[in-house]
Design a protein around this ligand. Structure first.
Ligand SMILES: Nc1ncnc2c1ncn2[C@@H]1O[C@H](COP(=O)(O)OP(=O)(O)O)[C@@H](O)[C@H]1O
Ligand SMILES: [Mg+2]
Length: 165
């Protein structure tokens, strides 16, 4: 769940997991907050920190205008120039993530935010599914042939995994 909240004088988006009082969910949320905080990059959503209220843990995020998905649904396609610019932001954000050894695993317009700046910047968001690449790369080539791929069920798209090899 994501709520509108205030952090001192600034408006923030406060994200909790639905069951943040459970230990595992709480750890997952803290991991996401730490990753966003450490990555600190204009193309990645900013995290100011975390707080606990009535036993629920929240991470405090830069409040954005909306997701790219919501913008497209509301206003239709971006102009070609803006589409290229926003795509470049997201590609840069992803490259920073990959340089840090992380795989996002849920890249979509619903997980990309438009900043509230006059000239909007697209920020990569929702690292809830992100994992360290090291822990994911396993060989799945055992039952196959010349189509051998490397990856895991966690990082391959469904069509890839369903492809008869
Ligand atoms: N920083 C933010 N500013 C404004 N809205 C946000 C922000 N972060 C998330 N939201 C809203 O909350 C929704 C869910 O956030 P997200 O981080 O994608 O969590 P999840 O998909 O895991 O529920 C987004 O689609 C968006 O509508
Ligand atoms: Mg999401």
């Amino acid at each position: 769940m994501v709520y509108l909240a205030t952090y001192g004088p600034i408006e923030v988006a406060a994200k909790s997991s639905a069951t943040a009082e459970k230990d595992d969910d709480c750890k997952e949320l803290l991991r996401e907050a730490l990753r966003l905080h450490v990555l600190s990059n204009p193309a990645i959503l900013k995290c100011y920190g975390v707080c606990v209220k009535q036993d629920v843990t929240y991470m405090l995020l830069e409040r954005c205008h909306c997701t790219l998905r919501a913008y497209l649904d509301r206003y239709g396609a971006f102009s070609p120039g803006l589409a290229v610019r926003l795509t470049m932001h997201l590609a840069f954000g992803l490259s920073q993530l990959h340089s840090a050894g992380l795989v996002h695993r849920d890249v979509k317009t619903g997980n990309a935010m438009l900043s509230r700046e006059v000239t909007p910047v697209a920020r990569l968001a929702d690292l809830g599914s992100a994992r360290r690449l090291k822990s994911l790369v396993t060989s799945v080539t055992s039952n196959t042939s010349s189509y051998g791929i490397r990856g895991s069920t966690g990082t391959c798209s469904r069509p890839t995994m369903n492809h008869k090899m």
